[in-house]
Design a protein around this ligand. Structure first.
Ligand SMILES: [Zn+2]
Length: 156
């Protein structure tokens, strides 16, 4: 699976969870903590309402989110990811990954005092959050001296 496919679709997460025998055992052994729920028509395993990420998706997940938050450091990545996801060694894995990221090492000093941004993560559920930017109106003169009004709307 290539990086472009991240964040992974719920079908991929559900499949990887189903293939993870250890996770399936844990689900049976700790029914108070691990629960299953249907999300986007997929049976997803949650740990305390966080989506459990199976081992085969973990490192790519970190890599993808690390890029998304623009290499802004270990604690911000941990804060962002733990809002939605769970696996036991997540914090440790994030720390190790960030230590070995070449770009982070190169730009470490320069960016140390900047990028103090709060944790932010794209909502993984499509259309849960919609951001709208409005600009204008602007009045523009056309070549034949009429006035037209322009308004711009961006949705993402
Ligand atoms: Zn980095």
């Amino acid at each position: 699976m290539e990086t472009e496919h991240f964040p992974p679709a719920f079908t991929i997460i559900a499949q990887a969870q189903a293939d993870d025998k250890k996770l399936q055992n844990t689900l049976n052994q700790l029914p108070m903590e691990y629960k299953q729920g249907i999300h986007h028509e997929q049976l997803i395993i949650y740990f305390k309402n966080k989506i459990v990420i199976p081992i085969e998706l973990q490192s790519r997940m970190i890599e993808w989110y690390h890029e998304q938050i623009l290499h802004s450091g270990v604690s911000r990545l941990i804060e962002s990811m733990k809002q939605h996801f769970h696996w036991k060694t997540m914090a440790k894995d994030i720390t190790n990954f960030t230590k070995t990221c070449k770009e982070c090492q190169i730009f470490k000093r320069q960016r140390k005092h900047y990028w103090k941004l709060p944790p932010k993560l794209h909502d993984i559920h499509p259309w849960n959050q919609v951001c709208v930017d409005l600009s204008g109106p602007w009045n523009k003169k056309t070549t034949d001296d009429k006035t037209i009004t322009l308004l711009a709307l961006t949705i993402n």
